[in-house]
Design a protein. Structure first.
Length: 158
């Protein structure tokens, strides 16, 4: 009979790292595609009210947002505690809404301008008088498609 020798270097073979760059780039591409960048930093509290009949906006690129609410704690020493309007990343007065809407409208493709919607994201504690004044300014700017942002749920009496 023949003699069989045992090999003395019986360790585990090395793991191949040839496909590692492919996996890293695939993960990088996945996170780049699925990540949504925040467009606006909220300066006001925005606890939206509840509503039962809601509809999702279709083309978010044609939506301009107006935020209304009490300033966050870190801004209250500067601007006070009364509800304020936020346009993009700054506080605004009622008179600044019309130029803001006109500027936003000019940034949109001319064929899609009639489809522009203004979404009012008002805190549930904001009085309707301020919201009514905002609507008057939007009428002056000829922004007649208005949406109120809400949370889905039952409306409770307080």
């Amino acid at each position: 009979m023949g003699k069989f020798k045992k090999s003395s270097g019986g360790g585990t073979p090395a793991i191949s790292t040839a496909s590692l760059p492919d996996i890293v780039f695939m993960l990088l591409f996945f996170f780049m595609v699925t990540t949504v960048m925040r467009e606006v930093t909220l300066l006001v509290e925005n606890n939206k009210p509840f509503a039962t009949e809601i509809k999702k906006l279709e083309k978010k690129s044609l939506v301009t947002y107006l935020y209304v609410g009490k300033p966050k704690k870190k801004f209250q020493s500067v601007v006070g505690t009364e509800p304020r309007i936020q346009l993009n990343d700054s506080f605004a007065r009622l008179q600044e809404i019309k130029p803001f809407i006109i500027e936003e409208r000019t940034a949109i493709n001319e064929a899609e301008r009639p489809l522009m919607t203004v979404s009012i994201k008002a805190d549930e504690n904001v009085r309707m008088g301020l919201v009514g004044d905002i609507k008057q300014e939007l009428r002056k700017a000829e922004a007649l498609k208005i949406n109120y942002s809400t949370k889905k749920g039952e409306v409770f009496d307080r």
